[in-house]
Design a protein around this ligand. Structure first.
Ligand SMILES: Nc1ncnc2c1ncn2[C@@H]1O[C@H](COP(=O)(O)OP(=O)(O)OP(=O)(O)O)[C@@H](O)[C@H]1O
Ligand SMILES: [Mg+2]
Length: 498
């Protein structure tokens, strides 16, 4: 029987130092069976570091981790798993080429006569298991054919099946749609009812307040406190995270725009719109709306399937990314680690890379110049890093995103194309990035912001267009509408409020 009165996971006085950074400083917390424990904090607060220590991926510098009756001053991943800890980093531990059942039973397949794998039984058992957890799939389906959200569910079901007692989820909803988040939450609640303890990290405080019973706030590697969900509000949490009150921007002042900068005609067959200088255009749409395709077409990453573009009045067919960058168009992708940043390279090189000509002198990279450019950007964007020689991979998620903005600034782009620009970014940094949009506008730049976060679009855009199944479904003045109007529109209802 699970003893609900006794914490299964206890973290005692954990500290972790990296060269030049104290990532965690004397942090303690407990998680009881069945408890969903939110873990929040600004970018770089130490959340992922704590998860890595609990999952055995990193050793703490000091302190210990207690799992059930066993205490560890360092853990390896096998020990962590054997003692009931499962970590789900999206699809990570699964094998895309195997089917759902094979993934779940990997290493413990039911066998016939103790020899051959009993495939029928395995599929049958797996079907029962996944249906129990609300995943409507056939266990014979190959994992690679499932959307990321469902692969993640398979990973979580596998953890439950393995008898894990603690599930660590580090920003699990970062790339999920609203309905996928609902399914994930149902699954998490089901596991919690069965006695699983869950550590849940997210920058979305509404989500955390929805799912968690207790919430621990980290700031600069230190624990600010653990709070009962019922006794805190979102503004309280924000204040705890930041250490001071955070102002949210009063939105939608009217702005003066300049000349037409970009004209898109009949993209995807029928989508046409224009963008002026100093204008921030928001694009809303669900997955499959075509919004991403259009953005990627303008940026030269993928060919624009149909239609034509004019940039500064000139007909323009982007050949590749470099072509667009040289014209002053800069794309900041959602998947910054895969597409935008060179993780093992120092910050300074990442920033100056797209406009390397500026740092060359007589054919060689002038390291002093490179450093001073980079330091200026680090300073102006408030990027938290020990120095500009640090490899980007060591920065926290939010700071990595700021490096991308520094790249765009350095490339002196006139048009920035942004895909989910504050994904994985904390409230404070989100505010800073939104302020940065205004700063860029003042400098005469134009922005197209594609975001799955509708509040963000309503906050930052001068105008919003929405797409549904490859067609324009609406055009709005954000001051005139609310979230609900936008939701109907991205779901295909034709409306216009301009
Ligand atoms: N391997 C590493 N080497 C050096 N510094 C590191 C390493 N891993 C993390 N850090 C630093 O430790 C601090 C905490 O990072 P961590 O990734 O835990 O933050 P986080 O709270 O998860 O932030 P985010 O919300 O941005 O994901 C940051 O300053 C980060 O730069
Ligand atoms: Mg993190």
């Amino acid at each position: 029987m699970i003893d609900k009165e006794k914490p299964f996971l206890r973290v005692h006085n954990i500290s972790k130092t990296f060269p030049g950074v104290q990532a965690l400083d004397d942090v303690s917390l407990s998680v009881y069976p069945g408890e969903i424990h939110g873990l929040i904090g600004e970018n770089g607060a130490g959340k992922s570091t704590l998860v890595k220590i609990l999952s055995g991926a990193l050793d703490p510098t000091e302190g210990e981790v207690v799992l059930g009756d066993h205490s560890f001053s360092s853990l390896n991943p096998t020990q962590a798993q054997a003692n009931g800890v499962s970590t789900v980093y999206q699809e990570q531990e699964l094998i895309p080429g195997l089917n759902i059942a094979e993934n779940i039973y990997l290493g413990e397949e039911p066998r016939k006569y103790n020899m051959l794998v009993n495939h029928e039984k395995m599929i049958r058992d797996a079907n029962n298991l996944i249906r129990d957890y609300g995943l409507e799939r056939d266990a014979g389906e190959v994992l690679a054919d499932l959307p990321i959200a469902e692969r993640q569910q398979v990973a979580i079901i596998k953890a439950a099946h393995r008898g894990s007692r603690i599930l660590l989820l580090d920003e699990p909803t970062a790339s999920l749609t609203a309905s996928q988040i609902d399914s994930l939450f149902d699954l998490i609640r089901e596991l919690s009812n069965q006695g699983m303890g869950v550590v849940y990290i997210s920058h979305n405080l509404e989500e955390v307040l929805d799912i968690a019973g207790k919430i621990t706030v980290l700031r600069d590697g230190q624990k600010v406190g653990t709070f009962e969900k019922k006794k805190v509000t979102k503004p309280d949490l924000v204040e705890h995270m930041a250490g001071h009150e955070v102002q949210t921007r009063g939105s939608n002042k009217k702005h003066e725009h300049g000349k037409i900068l970009l004209e898109v005609e009949d993209a995807l067959g029928s989508v046409s719109f224009t963008l002026r200088e100093k204008e921030i255009l928001g694009i809303a749409g669900t997955m499959g709306s075509g919004a991403r395709k259009i953005l990627r077409g303008i940026s030269g990453i993928d060919p624009l399937a149909e239609g034509s573009l004019k940039f500064r009045g000139e007909e323009y067919i982007p050949e590749n990314v470099q072509d667009s960058v040289s014209r002053g168009i800069f794309f900041i992708p959602e998947d910054m680690r895969g597409e935008g940043l060179v993780l093992p390279m120092p910050l300074a090189k990442n920033i100056t890379l797209p406009k390397i000509s500026e740092t060359l002198s007589r054919g060689f990279i002038d390291l002093k110049k490179e450093k001073s450019f980079a330091e200026d950007h680090v300073e102006s964007l408030g990027i938290a890093t020990p120095d500009v020689d640090t490899a980007v991979r060591y920065l926290s998620g939010g700071n990595q995103r700021k490096v991308l903005f520094a790249k765009a600034l350095h490339a002196d782009a006139d048009l920035l194309l942004l895909e989910d620009p504050t994904q994985g970014v904390d409230v404070n940094a989100r505010q800073e990035i939104h302020e940065l949009f205004e700063e860029l506008r003042k400098q005469g730049k134009s922005l197209i912001v594609l975001s799955s976060d509708l509040d963000e679009l309503l906050d930052v855009s001068d105008r919003i267009i929405s797409l549904y199944h490859g067609e324009l479904s609406g055009e709005f003045d954000p001051a005139e509408i609310d979230r609900q109007v936008l939701i109907s529109s991205i779901l295909g209802e034709k409306t216009e409020y301009v």
